[in-house]
Design a protein around this ligand. Sequence first.
Ligand SMILES: C[S@@+](CC[C@H](N)C(=O)[O-])C[C@H]1O[C@@H](n2cnc3c(N)ncnc32)[C@H](O)[C@@H]1O
Length: 233
Amino acid sequence: MEKEKYNIKELRGYSVALIIQYLASKNKLGLNIFEIGSAYSRNQGVSTAQLADFAFQHGHNFSTVDIEPDHTAASKANVRQICGAEAEEHADFYTCDSLDALKDLEEKQVKLDFAYIDGGNDPLQNLREFQKITSLLKPDGIILIDDLQEINSPDGYPAPRPMGKATLIIPYVILAQHQAREAPNGMLEKFESSFEPKNFYIQVRMLAYGPDEFLKYYKDCIKQSGTKTGIHF
Ligand SMILES: C[S@@+](CC[C@H](N)C(=O)[O-])C[C@H]1O[C@@H](n2cnc3c(N)ncnc32)[C@H](O)[C@@H]1O
């Protein structure tokens, strides 16, 4: 990934770049990549341009969703400016709620190789996104979640959000891990999940979820970058 082209300074941009590099190393054709929350300001990030460029250069499929029409428009302009008109045209831009975009992918029977969750700050919506994505994820598929930073509630959200967009996703996966591994489950009798939980790794503000081989790669790269290492669940 060309760091200069994308001006990747933050862990979020670096994490997306690492995942692109990992996917590229697999030499697979026609990968399906999906992003929630289109990058509409270059100050915020360039994830959409990174992914659109990768998809265009290697013939993969990429779609991104944003609920705000002006964010979609700005994101398209961003991709055109950084990667060119062809990369922009190659990508699918949804303007709707993330769950509606996922419903559309489900109806089209799309199976995802990589999903990036970076939309709104409602933990229940984020959990629903994660649940739908895991139901559409290929067995070796990867999910990256940004941002795990505590969110205070100027918008009147009634409960704490100590882990940002992963506030409900982390307990959900941990409970599913316990259930799948038949840990003593007195408290978990009423917990229902219908997916096969994988391990995950949290590094400061990002959560990476996927097969062990990928998690090892991600952890090693993060370590080599000199960033403080995280927690492996
Ligand atoms: C953090 S920004 C995305 C940043 C981008 N991924 C990047 O790295 O620069 C979050 C975006 O999610 C969008 N969003 C919020 N709620 C959403 C929802 N329910 N469905 C789809 N998009 C949503 C917002 O409009 C906003 O543009």
